[in-house]
Design a protein around this ligand. Structure first.
Ligand SMILES: CC(C)(COP(=O)(O)OP(=O)(O)OC[C@H]1O[C@@H](n2cnc3c(N)ncnc32)[C@H](O)[C@@H]1OP(=O)(O)O)[C@@H](O)C(=O)NCCC(=O)NCCS
Length: 154
């Protein structure tokens, strides 16, 4: 597909840019992503069922294509992030960069703290969040699984 050179990003590094999710266009691309191999446990990707305002963002590899999706659930008590990268782009630092750029987006939204929860066995994700400055502040249980609750002040 055509490079996203014409897009204005909310936050940008030398490799990636964060922009609002384009429901129709981006959904079509994500539907064609290959599966994660090895398959990821479903609960790693299970979204929180808390209510609130749900915002979605696209992570673009600059000049190439959509490479990830970030969700942000804003409720009265917290702003909770979720992220999934294209299966072909794991483990090369893009997640750390994207989660760092979300600090800029969070500030633009006037938020003071970002939170996330990560399945206790999802070591790659937890490492990525630590590298982006998120720290473990507790644990929660959902559907019988333990999640680390992490947060970062803005
Ligand atoms: C979680 C995710 C966003 C992280 O992004 P990423 O670009 O892959 O992560 P990064 O490369 O920035 O950092 C990963 C860290 O884990 C390490 N890592 C990479 N692969 C790993 C693996 N299979 N197991 C354990 N650690 C691993 C990396 O070495 C790095 O740690 P380091 O800084 O100590 O070297 C991405 O992997 C992803 O989308 N995963 C699938 C969906 C998912 O699990 N989402 C999270 C739900 S909470």
């Amino acid at each position: 597909m055509a490079p996203h050179t014409h897009l204005t990003y909310l936050a940008k590094s030398s490799r990636i840019g964060i922009r609002p999710w384009h429901r129709r266009h981006d959904r079509r691309q994500i539907d064609h992503w290959p599966p994660y191999t090895p398959t990821l446990p479903a609960h790693w990707l299970a979204a929180s069922r808390a209510s609130g305002e749900r915002l979605s963002y696209a992570v673009d590899l600059l000049g190439v294509h959509l490479t990830g999706r970030i969700s942000l659930l804003i409720s009265d008590s917290a702003a909770r992030l979720g992220i999934a990268l294209h299966p072909g782009h794991l483990g090369s630092g893009l997640g750390t960069e994207a989660m760092s750029l979300m600090l800029v987006v969070g500030r633009q939204l006037g938020l003071s703290t970002l939170q996330l929860d990560v399945a206790a066995e999802n070591i790659r994700a937890a490492r990525c969040y630590q590298r982006a400055g998120y720290v473990a502040v507790g644990e929660i249980w959902r559907g019988g699984y333990r999640y680390e609750l992490m947060e970062r002040g803005l």
